[in-house]
Design a protein around this ligand. Structure first.
Ligand SMILES: Nc1ncnc2c1ncn2[C@@H]1O[C@H](COP(=O)(O)OP(=O)(O)OP(=O)(O)O)[C@@H](O)[C@H]1O
Ligand SMILES: [Mg+2]
Length: 319
């Protein structure tokens, strides 16, 4: 493999540097002038609604899709001019784990290792290491298509890290995987990050987004927020937030959205979150206002915004 540039090992130089990256499909702009950078060993989360442009950005950063405008350097190489070198620097788990379902786990590992130029003793050594790290032992003779979702996920990760890439792109790696397996997977991500691997990961799970050092939020192709999770929550939700438990949930969000002083509403499990202009309401005055709409409440309380609240507010922003 191509050795990472010495400067990249210092931690001071961004490993991923994205500058005004743009992708148009015909007249449609899927990624619109996105710029950010990621440091060595960082876990960078990419959040945004369906169709926001996350996967398209990742495919460009992997050198699999040319950009229409702007560019990026990944591991010191230009994605458009040096896509081969870029691909050598990274491991990629695509949104649909790209395993060969009719090959066994071991055959998948051998195939991907071969693609990365590994063979002989080195390939065997790397397969053993990746198998051990991902806890895949014992399933090597099983067809990939018959493995559980969690094992397919771990096999896909093992394939992606065979060549010890310094950069990992993980596109919704935990979708369809149970909560325990998700936690185990994140323990692995932290372990790799601790070893200096730079990770860019997309997820729709807010608990996972909390594990990221920084989060970029993309909406309609534009990067509209970029910060650590705590700061992102503060920045995205400028209003006062109240959590209400109505006796009848159905229709309550739509009904209360038009109350004077309420800027947005969102269902939150069996509860409702009301975003209100700062300083307009206390819990008592809001309860009184809600009562005028015929909505009976079990509980009402001011709450701190969660990452899900931040997601909802950012997704509602006009770009
Ligand atoms: N090859 C293509 N041709 C035309 N449009 C495309 C192509 N690839 C993606 N798109 C469109 O670009 C937009 C962004 O898609 P993308 O897959 O990047 O979104 P995403 O943020 O990854 O969404 P999700 O969370 O659902 O995975 C979507 O509207 C999608 O339909
Ligand atoms: Mg996607």
């Amino acid at each position: 493999m191509i050795a990472p540039l010495p400067a990249l090992l210092s931690g001071s130089v961004p490993v991923i540097e994205v500058a005004s990256l743009t992708k148009r499909f015909g007249k449609f702009t899927a990624v619109d002038g996105v710029s950010f950078s990621v440091r060595r060993g960082e876990i960078f989360g990419f959040l945004g609604p369906n169709g926001a442009g996350k996967s398209t950005t990742i495919r460009m950063l992997c050198g699999l899709l040319g950009s229409t405008a702007g560019t990026a350097r990944v591991g010191g190489f230009d994605i458009n001019r040096e896509p081969e070198q870029v691909r050598q620097q990274l491991g990629y788990m695509s949104q649909k784990f790209s395993l060969y379902k009719d090959l066994t786990a071991a055959e998948n590992l051998t195939f991907y290792g071969g693609m990365y130029g590994l063979d002989g003793a080195r390939l065997a050594e790397r397969i053993a290491a990746a198998t051990q790290l991902t806890g895949l032992g014992g399933v090597d003779k099983q067809f990939a298509g018959t493995l559980s979702g969690a094992l397919q996920q771990r096999l896909a990760l093992a394939c992606a890290i065979l060549h010890e890439p310094p950069i990992l792109f993980l596109d919704e790696p935990t979708s369809g995987v149970d909560p325990i397996a998700r936690r185990m997977f994140w323990a692995l991500i932290h372990e790799l990050s601790g070893r200096g691997v730079t990770v860019l990961v997309t997820t729709h799970f807010m608990d996972e987004a909390e594990f990221c050092g920084r989060i970029g939020f993309i909406n309609a192709g534009k990067l509209i927020a970029l910060d650590a999770p705590a700061a992102l929550k503060r920045g995205a939700v400028a209003e006062d937030l109240f959590e209400l438990e109505p006796e009848v949930l159905h229709g309550a969000a739509e009904n209360l959205a038009t109350l004077e002083g309420v800027t947005a509403t969102a269902y939150f499990g069996t509860r409702l979150h009301l975003f209100c202009r700062p300083g307009v309401f206390t819990a008592a005055t809001l309860a009184a206002a809600v009562a005028t709409r015929g909505v009976n409440l079990r509980t009402i309380a001011p709450v701190a915004p969660t990452l899900e609240d931040a997601f909802v507010r950012l997704a509602q922003k006009k770009t």
